[in-house]
Design a protein around this ligand. Structure first.
Ligand code: HPA
Ligand code: ZN
Length: 326
């Protein structure tokens, strides 16, 4: 219908996207065959049947298996290119993309290889289509702080590839405080700071991200509503929350989309944005997320405009670059 057409055409920025979460099932199979990686799936249907998660950890197990099929520069190039092509199709005019080089280290893939492929795809999308994309170095919180610090050191020669650092993977049991030194060091080096908090973890993890890590943005953050003082703080400081509706329903953070709190948070004055997180695993890219809010929550045009405006405001682009885009 007209509203959906209009949503698809609306210029958008995506701020919460894990590049490994955009790996298509067909490419997973193709790369597994090419690189001789054994996986327990032999068809697109069998991979997609496994997209049937009970919680964050059950998703992460499949997500890391998927990422294990990538090996050479060309593989990383095509992973990034596929996502950037989708951005063009969906009018995502700017994206801030989390990359997780720690994931590939056990397979002997060097960080140089990963970044060379990603960088080439981003440069081509800029040059050919005027697309805008920034990379965020996302560290894995199930690993140690020492390992995260070692990764931060390894990317020093590639400092200009990244606008910021983030923190992803298993949230419960891995609170923000575990990474206090990492964030202090990254802040000194001029990185913008984000972290997943309050997806499965309690409101205390959001306080920790704000006060100990000193983040500029919170990924997810939907459990903030359990703590009134926290909501007040997030509103007063207009801390952006990168919310991922389809992800939250697929990982059972909410039982149904009709129960999602994103529009209530928006109406309370929180700076919430819409994002896809891991679009191929969660059944939709940005437009499908916006369409779900229209279908199941009765999102209005004014709310959609506000959500999109928030995403540009919360981005790490300079004011000059923002104005060039919108
Ligand atoms: N949460 C934590 N880690 C992740 C996610 C997520 O939603 N997606 C990919 N890694
Ligand atoms: Zn995420």
């Amino acid at each position: 219908n007209d509203f959906k057409q209009w949503l698809r055409a609306m210029p958008k920025a995506e701020l919460h996207l894990h590049i490994d979460g955009s790996l298509q099932a067909s490419r997973l199979l193709q790369l597994a065959a090419k690189n001789g990686v054994e996986i327990p799936y032999d068809s697109v249907e069998s991979v997609e049947q496994a997209y049937n998660f009970d919680d964050l950890q059950s998703f992460l197990d499949l997500y890391y298996l998927g990422a294990s099929v990538l090996r050479d520069e060309e593989d990383f190039y095509y992973l990034m290119k596929d996502y950037l092509d989708k951005c063009r199709e969906q009018n995502i005019v700017h994206a801030e993309i989390m990359v997780e080089p720690q994931t590939y280290l056990p397979y002997g893939v060097a960080v140089e290889t990963v970044l060379a492929g990603f960088r080439k795809a981003i440069a081509a999308a800029k040059a050919q289509n005027g697309q805008s994309a920034l990379m965020i170095l996302s560290l894995l919180r199930h690993l140690s702080e020492e390992e995260a610090l070692a990764m931060l050191d390894s990317v020093e020669p590639f400092r200009n590839d990244f606008v910021g650092i983030g923190l992803a993977s298993s949230e419960l049991g891995n609170p923000p405080e575990k990474f206090a030194q990492l964030y202090a060091k990254a802040k000194e080096q001029g990185y913008k700071l984000i972290a997943h908090a309050g997806e499965e973890g309690p409101p205390e993890y959001i306080w920790g991200a704000l006060d100990v890590l000193q983040v500029d943005r919170v990924d997810h953050g939907v459990r903030c509503v359990e703590d009134e003082a926290l909501v007040k703080r997030l509103i007063a400081e207009q801390v952006p929350l990168t919310v991922c509706p389809l992800s939250n329903v697929r990982l059972c953070v909410f039982n149904t989309m009709a129960e999602h709190n994103i529009l209530e948070m928006l109406e309370q004055g929180l700076c919430v944005t819409v994002n896809s997180d891991d679009p191929t695993y969660f059944g939709g890219f940005m437009n499908e997320n916006f369409e779900a809010l229209a279908d199941d929550l009765g999102m209005t045009k004014a709310q959609a405009v506000q959500l999109a405006a928030n995403s540009f405001r919360a981005s790490f682009l300079s004011d000059e670059d923002k104005h060039a885009l919108i």
